[in-house]
Design a protein around this ligand. Structure first.
Ligand code: SF4
Length: 208
C-alpha cells in the first residue's frame, strides 16, 4: 500500500497543498488528510474543524460551492448549517432541487476569524483541495454561491451581475454563478438577491 502523504504543515505553499490533495485517491482519503491541514496559520490557530464538505452517496447531480465556513459550520464541521444553510435548503426545495443529491463545499475549508473574506493566499492554498474534490466528484454542474466562489471559477475580474443567469463552460463543467444565501438574508425576503438566487437555482434545476 502506498503510504499516505502527511497533511500540509504550517505555512505550506499552495503547490504543496495541491500536491498532497492530488495524491488523495478518493473522497475519504482526502477528507482525512485535509482535516489535519494547517497550511494557513491564522485560520488553523482558531478553527474548531476543517469543514471538508458534504457529499451524497454516489455521484452528485450538482456541486454547490460557497466561500468559507461560518461560526456554526466551524462548530459542527459541516457546510451551510447556519442561517445561510437553512435559507439555501428552502430555496433549493422551492427550485425543485434536493440537497441530498448535491455535494456542498466551500472555496476555503477553515473559518476566517470574524467571518472576514478569505485572503488571497488562503484561497490559493485551499484551491488544491477544491480542485481535487471537483475531480473526484465529477459532477457535470456546479453552482458558485457568492462572489468569492464565482471569482474562483470565472476569474478575479468577475462581476456577479454580469455572469449570473446562464451557465459557463469551465473545464467541461457547466458553472453557474449566483448570490450567496447570506446576501439574500441581508437584503431581506423581498430583496433582489433572494429572487435572483431562486431564479438561478430554478434555471439550474431545469438543466438536470
Ligand atoms: S483553509 Fe484550506 S489550506 Fe488553509 S489550513 Fe484550512 S484546509 Fe488548509
Amino acid at each position: 500500500m502506498t503510504p499516505r502523504p502527511p497533511a500540509p504543515g504550517v505555512g505550506a505553499a499552495a503547490d504543496e497543498v495541491a500536491r498532497v490533495a492530488a495524491a488523495a485517491p478518493d473522497w475519504a482519503a482526502l477528507a482525512v488528510v485535509a482535516s489535519s491541514c494547517v497550511a494557513c496559520p491564522e485560520l488553523a490557530a482558531v478553527r474548531q474543524h476543517v469543514v471538508v464538505g458534504d457529499v451524497p452517496v454516489g455521484r452528485p447531480r450538482l456541486v454547490l460551492v460557497g466561500e468559507a465556513p461560518g461560526a456554526q459550520e466551524d462548530e459542527t464541521g459541516r457546510p451551510f448549517v447556519g442561517r445561510s444553510g437553512a435559507l439555501l435548503d428552502v430555496l433549493l426545495a422551492e427550485a425543485g432541487l434536493d440537497r441530498a443529491q448535491a455535494a456542498v463545499l466551500n472555496v476555503v475549508k477553515c473559518r476566517p476569524p470574524g467571518n472576514r473574506t478569505p485572503k488571497a493566499p488562503e484561497v490559493a492554498r485551499c484551491s488544491g483541495w477544491l480542485r481535487r474534490q471537483l475531480e473526484l466528484l465529477d459532477a457535470p454542474v456546479v453552482v458558485a454561491l457568492g462572489l468569492s466562489s464565482a471569482k474562483w471559477f470565472l476569474g478575479p475580474r468577475t462581476v456577479l451581475a454580469q455572469v449570473r443567469g446562464r451557465p459557463h463552460d469551465v473545464g467541461g463543467r457547466a458553472v453557474w454563478a449566483t448570490y450567496h444565501p447570506s446576501a439574500a438574508i441581508r437584503f431581506g425576503p423581498n430583496g433582489a438577491p433572494r429572487a435572483g438566487l431562486l431564479a438561478d437555482l430554478t434555471a439550474v434545476a431545469a438543466t438536470l
